[in-house]
Design a protein around this ligand. Structure first.
Ligand code: HAM
Length: 419
């Protein structure tokens, strides 16, 4: 027997029976962000590696351990995108969108790649739905973005455990805070894990994000930023909180919240849902990134949702698809059935059947497996009466439809049904 091919570790298939749930969630998020004025942007899966190094940071885990990088045939250093923000900013600068409007609200959706350690909710290829609001520095933009994330969870009826928020301050505050944190951890460095030992030299702030139990205890007593924030950063965070409070967004300030990407300044946030200890979505402000990547000096804020994590917690009854299933029992019913199925298909009506089944029970089982919303039933009795039965697989109700004018009746059923 020929050798079977395995999936590459950390990759996963999304099978036909899961697709409806994915599409349901994708549609709700897309619809929500469009209500807030976001327009879609699609960027390539591959970029020059240097783009990610300069934005996410060469010392971050994403770049130093997880990037999928290779050389193309001309020896250029290329990488599969590990996230979307850097590519969106690159496209934003490249295309000159920056000069055409003051505020750009952009959304994107697609696979990202990180050579992470695969485990529940952690893949090497995963989908992100991301938004970037470019051009606005007012703290109410930060509030609006978090309100929109909250709206997504509400529309999906998801149980939040928390939206954690914090500020990292402007570059000057961030620098001062890093120095303070470095002083604090340098007195405890013998108790820190090896990774944090390395972070002491490269990115001290990221020690605050360590999940090692021994480090967590030390982190809990680390100094917090709010004492050393400049007046403008304090005011920004206060107004951001006001926006959330006015809009009844349940949030908690986590004074040690930092992010695993270097570009953030000021507001950062993470969304946690009941049933998953990983962040479902995360983001923040990145006021210096566009300038750092060769664009104009304009601020921005955004977030990305991890779709696998979100979908695993979303409830989608997914009872039915808008399709018909045909079940014929008996020779004359079968002949009538093949005319009907082909006429309906010609009219653009989705309908399936299995010519090898011959009992109602087995047909209904197949219809259920396909999640067909309606099952058309034709038996010898129906042929005698020149009609057939349509069973609504959702409600269980049945109706009789005459063979004389059935196409319009079937179209009415299909069109009355919301997706
Ligand atoms: P991030 O925190 O690296 O931020 O990723 C955002 C979300 O992607 C995470 O909260 C998580 O749900 C999901 N995610 C990350 N890694 C994995 C993985 N290995 N497997 C499954 N899901 C994963 C960013 O990527 C930023 N670009 C977000 C942003 C947009 N900030 C501003 N604008």
């Amino acid at each position: 027997m020929a050798e079977r091919h395995k999936k590459v570790r950390g990759m996963h298939d999304i099978l036909p029976e899961e697709i409806s749930k994915w599409q349901f969630v994708e549609n709700i998020i897309t619809e929500t962000v469009k209500h807030y004025g976001y327009k879609e942007i699609r960027t390539p899966l591959v970029e020059f590696r240097s783009l990610f190094e300069r934005s996410i940071g060469a010392e971050t885990d994403i770049i130093s351990k997880e990037i999928y990088a290779f050389q193309d045939r001309k020896g250029r250093d290329i990488a599969l995108r590990p996230e979307g923000t850097a590519s969106v900013v690159r496209a934003f600068i490249d295309s000159g969108i920056s000069s055409s409007r003051k505020i750009s609200r952009l959304f994107y959706y697609g696979p990202m790649f990180r050579y992470d350690r695969p485990q529940k909710g952690r893949y090497r290829q995963f989908y992100q739905f991301g938004v970037e609001l470019i051009g606005g520095s007012h703290p109410f933009f930060d509030g609006e973005v978090v309100v929109m994330l909250n709206a997504i969870t509400e529309r999906l009826n998801l149980k939040k455990s928390s939206i954690l928020v914090n500020t990292l301050g402007c570059s000057k505050c961030k620098e001062r805070y890093s120095a303070l944190i470095k002083d604090y951890f340098s007195t405890k460095d013998t108790f820190l894990c090896n990774d944090c030992g390395r972070r002491m030299q490269t990115s001290t702030l990221r020690i605050l994000d360590c999940k090692n139990p021994a480090c967590k205890k030390i982190i809990s007593e680390a100094p917090v930023i709010n004492k050393i924030l400049c007046g403008e950063c304090q005011d920004h965070f206060k107004k951001f909180e006001e926006y959330l409070q006015i809009n009844n967004v349940p949030y908690k300030v986590d004074p040690h919240l930092v992010r695993g990407l270097d570009y953030y300044t000021k507001t950062v946030f993470e969304l946690y849902l009941q049933g998953d200890e990983n962040a479902i979505a995360a983001g923040g402000r990145y006021d210096n990134l566009i300038h750092q990547l060769g664009g104009p000096n304009i601020p921005a804020i955004g977030f990305a949702v991890g779709m696998e994590r979100l979908i695993s917690l979303s409830k989608y009854e997914g009872l039915t698809e808008k399709i018909f299933y045909l079940s014929c029992m008996g020779k004359s019913a079968e002949l009538k059935g093949i005319t009907l199925i082909n006429e309906l298909r010609r009219e653009g009506i989705p309908i399936e059947t299995d010519y090898e089944e011959n009992t109602l029970r087995s047909h209904l089982k197949t219809a259920n497996r396909l999640k067909a919303r309606w099952c058309i039933i034709i038996g010898e009795d129906e042929i005698k009466k020149n009609e057939f039965i349509v069973k609504d697989m959702f409600s269980g109700e049945q109706m009789n439809i005459s063979f004389d004018n059935y196409i319009n009746r079937i179209k009415e059923l299909l069109n009355a049904e919301k997706p």
